[in-house]
Design a protein around this ligand. Structure first.
Ligand code: ADP
Ligand code: TMP
Ligand code: MG
Ligand code: ZN
Length: 194
């Protein structure tokens, strides 16, 4: 028996509006109350915004280090992450080299850190988002959250991309937008691309 706490890799997954960022902030703040040192990373996916915070759809926020979604950003997570006991990463699906992010998250957890990663498990095409499946498979703990279907009120596990008239549209994988362009939908209401 040994009492030393292990590191851990936790994943928070689900569709848009399911509360992933809310949960990530909650877990990080909880660790802060426990006296742990924490850091939050967020990929910069859109050059128009350089906010310093992770922000939920409801407006709650937490200070974050915005890093590039390429190799430089991943290098910063690996280097700076070593200096904290708890490492949070929001919007992990946006890092271009998902495999490298997984390697870094795994190795930080091996060092004894709590690594909490929030990601979209599926894209608006209804398919796994990049390397999300592998991140989930390598996690010690997975929280799969659901939103409320915008159409019928059932549990939403999919995200639909819609135009201004609410019609389903399909396109490139990455399109950074909010509630005017995306709707959480249940399995029945989700429309697959043809
Ligand atoms: P995520 O990061 O998963 O997109 P956030 O944590 O940013 O989610 O936001 C969750 C918040 O979104 C909820 O607390 C709620 O206020 C809001 N929200 C808006 N539409 C919905 C919906 N259809 N189902 C659930 N929450 C919704
Ligand atoms: P959220 O999960 O915190 O709501 O943020 C998801 C972000 O991902 C949001 O900016 C929209 C974007 N997104 C894509 O780029 N492609 C997709 O297929 C989906 C579903 C979302
Ligand atoms: Mg979010
Ligand atoms: Zn529905």
């Amino acid at each position: 028996m040994h009492a030393k706490k292990c590191g851990r890799l936790e994943v928070i997954a689900g569709p848009m509006f399911s509360g992933k960022t809310t949960e990530l902030i909650r877990l990080l703040e909880r660790e802060e109350y426990a006296g742990k040192t924490t850091v939050m990373f967020k990929p910069e996916v859109d050059n128009r915004y350089h906010e310093r915070n992770v922000v939920t759809h409801k407006g709650a926020s937490h200070e974050a280090l915005v890093v590039s979604s390429g190799g430089r950003g991943l290098g910063q997570i690996e280097k700076l992450g070593k200096g904290f006991e708890v490492v949070g990463i929001d919007e992990a699906q946006f890092f271009r080299n998902g495999k490298e992010l997984i390697r870094i998250a795994d190795s930080l957890a091996d060092m004894g850190k709590t690594v909490i990663v929030s990601l979209l498990n599926r894209s608006h095409l209804g398919e796994p988002f990049g390397d999300a499946p592998e991140m989930i498979a390598r996690a010690d703990y997975v929280r799969m959250l659901t939103a409320v279907c915008r159409k019928c009120g059932n549990d939403a596990t999919f995200t639909q991309r819609v135009d201004q008239n609410g019609r389903e549209i399909f396109g490139k994988l990455v399109e950074v937008e909010g509630k005017d362009s995306y709707e959480p939908r249940c399995r029945d209401c989700f429309v697959k691309p043809r």
